[in-house]
Ligand binder design. Structure first.
Ligand code: FAD
Length: 498
């Protein structure tokens, strides 16, 4: 942290300074502005890449529980968070916000000219209902929403509101340090704009809403134990807010949970792009398998893992798919799969912002991202695997697949087909993250706590960074929390003592 005494001159000022123009930051800015505060948003990226993962046009699902489900919601979220419990009064306050959120969101979405409506489950072939129906209170998951038309309306609506209301934003302004008084209270923030350092005075508070740290390999390694993992979302969420909060003396929480809240997904990382492609799962043609470091299969590749955020029910509980612990992992496929099934999903960050994967994978084969060979033995040699071992795995799978069976892992018969038609291909799969929840410990109203459980005056947090949600993830709750916490932090900051 920088102390106020050692500060150069302030170069800008506002009542409330919001760091990050993702969904949570924009909601905080709009809310603080509605409460009469003079607001300034500092956003690290330029207008074409600002907005983090919130700006991408994926099927953004928002979980909006009904008020009459309050008790069920408290029970359900207690079960999801179990290893990292929230204190009861905080959980209740959070749940009360959650069940009261939908009308407020609907009004704001409509004011921006967008539509807030029940989510169409057929878009993702999603089975409506809770991800963990066996848990107490699961029936609180009975209402999902989305902002349209099309996908991605949620962020666009709040971005439009910020603009219509004349709330100031400085793009290409990377916040890196808070300025604090001797009593720890936050007086402002330093940001890098090109070669310049901007010192912004915050009369009431700073809201840190800089998203997750899934694009910070050293934080993923040091705090979450990932030797290798990549963002499927924004490659610009490099953990700046995480470090800034640590330096300010905040207590951190929810960094490493027994399961990774948003899941550990098969992803495709290529040198040309900083984020990973979201690998397609459950392909329509069955002549493919996935093999681990030991050249053997490790699960039913066509299972409906999507439905549980890539978690497996094991040992009486839930665990993450173990892809991160068994690298290298390769998908091995034949030419029928290559021709018919796009190997990366055509949505999410890379697909929208950088490169849309070709439907028949031919572009990616030509780029060398998908390795091609005439035989399995040749393929094994090209990807550094033992040819005998890989051939044995393929032959074992093929022997059963010719009979329409998968006794080893129980793939459904219609999803089983032998890998026969050359050329053959290998695609390296790596762990991909949709987000991280670690960050500063915050109260439901967004105030940040230090290591002695004291509030750090003038400091607020919102969104995925420091989310109260930990461990198991219910679909739609990240976006709801981005809105809920943005609204809470924006309101708290606006009424904070100057
Ligand atoms: C593929 C994918 C699918 C998902 N699907 C769903 C879903 O259906 N439902 C759901 O609930 N959730 C979903 N999520 C999660 C959800 O999208 C995110 O949790 C949510 O959008 C995070 O919002 P945020 O405001 O916290 O962060 P972001 O949207 O990531 O915004 C962070 C902002 O901060 C800026 N920033 C970073 N560092 C700085 C700095 N130093 N100074 C200034 N600005 C900075 C970034 O550029 C960015 O604009 C999905 C995530 C992914 C990746």
């Amino acid at each position: 942290m920088v102390s106020l005494r050692s500060m150069p001159r302030w170069t800008a000022e506002a009542d409330v300074v919001v760091l990050g123009a993702g969904l949570s930051g924009l909601v905080a800015a709009v809310t603080a502005h509605e409460a009469g505060a003079h607001v300034l948003v500092l956003e690290k990226m330029g207008p074409d890449r600002a907005g983090g993962i919130s700006r991408v046009r994926y099927p953004q699902i928002v979980w909006a529980p009904r008020p009459e489900k309050l008790s069920a919601l408290i029970a359900y979220q207690t079960a999801l968070n179990e290893p990292n419990p929230l204190p009861e009064p905080e959980l209740r306050a959070w749940a009360e916000d959650m069940v009261g959120l939908s009308p407020w969101v609907g009004e704001h979405i409509a004011a921006a000219g967008y539509v807030w409506s029940p989510w169409d489950a057929s878009v993702l072939n999603w089975v409506p209902g809770p991800e963990f129906p066996e848990m107490p209170g699961a029936d609180c998951v009975d209402r999902l929403f989305a902002a349209g038309p099309g996908s991605g309306g949620l962020w666009r609506a709040f971005a439009a509101l910020r603009e219509h209301r004349g709330i100031a934003i400085r793009y290409d302004a990377r916040a890196f340090e808070l300025v604090q008084n001797g009593d720890q209270s936050v007086a402002g923030v330093l940001a890098r704009e090109g070669n310049q350092t901007t010192a912004v005075r915050a009369h009431r508070g700073v809201v840190v809403a800089t998203g997750g740290f899934d694009a910070a390999p050293e934080l993923l390694r040091d705090y979450m134990g990932f030797a290798e993992a990549y963002p499927i979302g924004s490659p610009h969420n490099t953990g700046d807010g995480f470090r800034l909060l640590q330096r300010a003396g905040a207590a951190m929480w929810h960094v490493r949970n027994p399961t990774i809240t948003g899941g550990v997904w098969p992803a495709i990382k290529v040198p040309e792009h900083a984020a990973a492609f979201f690998a397609a799962q459950n392909l329509g043609v069955g002549s493919y398998i996935e093999v681990a470091k030991d050249h053997r299969r490790f699960y039913a590749e066509t299972g409906g893992w999507n439905r549980f955020h890539n978690k497996l029910q094991r040992f009486g509980g839930w665990v993450d798919q173990p892809i991160a612990t068994m690298l290298p992992v390769h998908m091995i496929l034949d030419d029928r799969v290559r021709r018919a099934c796009r190997l990366a999903r055509p949505i999410y960050w890379n697909a929208e912002m950088e490169h849309r994967w070709s439907a028949d994978n031919s572009v990616e084969v030509a780029k060398g991202w998908v390795i091609q060979a005439g035989t399995i033995a040749e393929l094994a040699a090209k990807i550094g695997r033992d040819p005998e071992a890989l051939m044995a795995t393929v032959e074992r799978y093929n022997t059963d697949a010719r009979l329409g069976q998968d006794p080893e892992f129980g793939r459904a018969p219609e999803r089983v087909a032998p890998i026969l038609e050359p050329p053959f291909y290998a695609l390296a799969l790596v762990p991909g993250l949709v987000g991280t929840t670690g960050g500063a410990r915050r109260l439901p109203d967004g105030r940040v706590l230090d290591h002695d459980d004291h509030v750090i005056p003038g400091l607020f947090e919102a969104g995925e960074l420091g989310s109260p949600l930990a461990n198991l993830y219910e679909n739609g709750s990240f976006l709801t929390e981005a809105i809920r916490s943005g609204r809470a932090a924006g309101a708290s900051a606006a009424r904070a003592r100057s």
